[in-house]
Write a protein that binds this ligand. Structure first.
Ligand code: HEM
Length: 194
């Protein structure tokens, strides 16, 4: 499957300034364990055939909040850029599968760095060649984890698993999003402070 701008595992992506050992420490800080890896991988069967439905929900949330939709608008006219929304949506779909895959190797860490750069002014808009707003405001990055993971929960619960198992998968998604968004924050943090 070809996804425009999805450069996971390619030489286009710069090396993450963070090491895998440092990421391992972040996982410890978040109480993220092998059990969470297993829970994420178990969730894959529940999400992989419903990616478009999940994206409909998430895009519905962003699209219904002008302060969020703003990041997808043309900087000049202020109108949403449909091609930009569509291209990012495809990569967002890949991200759902990557998150459920929970494979934390160097290529994954490097792509996390790239995703952070794409939210920040150093690389936003570049992948899709658009003239949208300069950056995604940092103040919304972590808060969006709440609607993303809350609205994912019904999809995790739709497979007939016990409430405890749904809780386990949901908690793993929350932790994974928290760790990923922390990695993405690096370009926003003053040199030496991350
Ligand atoms: C839980 C928090 C968030 C998650 C999980 C998330 C996820 C993603 C993903 C997976 C991509 C595509 C990365 C790629 O190129 O492969 C992306 C890009 C993007 N996101 Fe987010 N995001 C979050 C927060 C936000 C917020 C709060 C906004 C503001 C509305 C936002 C706006 C954007 C924009 C504009 C892009 C395209 C950036 C570019 O020009 O390449 N994101 N996001």
């Amino acid at each position: 499957m070809e996804t425009p701008g999805y450069t996971y595992g390619t030489a286009v992506v710069a090396r993450s300034p963070l090491t895998l050992d440092e990421f391992a420490q972040m996982k410890q800080t978040a109480l993220f364990s092998d059990d969470d890896v297993q829970a994420l991988r178990a969730s894959r069967a529940l999400v992989e055939h419903r990616v478009e439905e999940i994206l409909d929900v998430w895009y519905g949330f962003v699209g219904s909040h002008p302060h969020l939709l703003d990041s997808f608008t043309d900087a000049g006219s202020g109108a949403p850029v449909a091609a930009y929304l569509g291209a990012v949506r495809q990569r967002f779909g890949r991200w759902i599968l990557d998150t459920a895959q929970a494979n934390y190797d160097q290529a994954w860490l490097d792509y996390q760095y790239e995703i952070g750069r794409r939210h920040h002014r150093v690389a936003k808009n570049r992948t899709d060649g658009v003239t949208s707003t300069a950056l995604v405001p940092f103040r919304h990055l972590f808060a969006l984890i709440v609607p993303v993971t809350t609205t994912l929960r019904p999809f995790l619960a739709a497979g007939g698993h016990s409430a405890a198992e749904v809780d386990r998968m949901h908690a793993a998604w929350v932790k994974s999003c928290l760790l990923q968004v922390t990695l993405w924050s690096q370009p926003y943090v003053k040199d030496g402070d991350f």
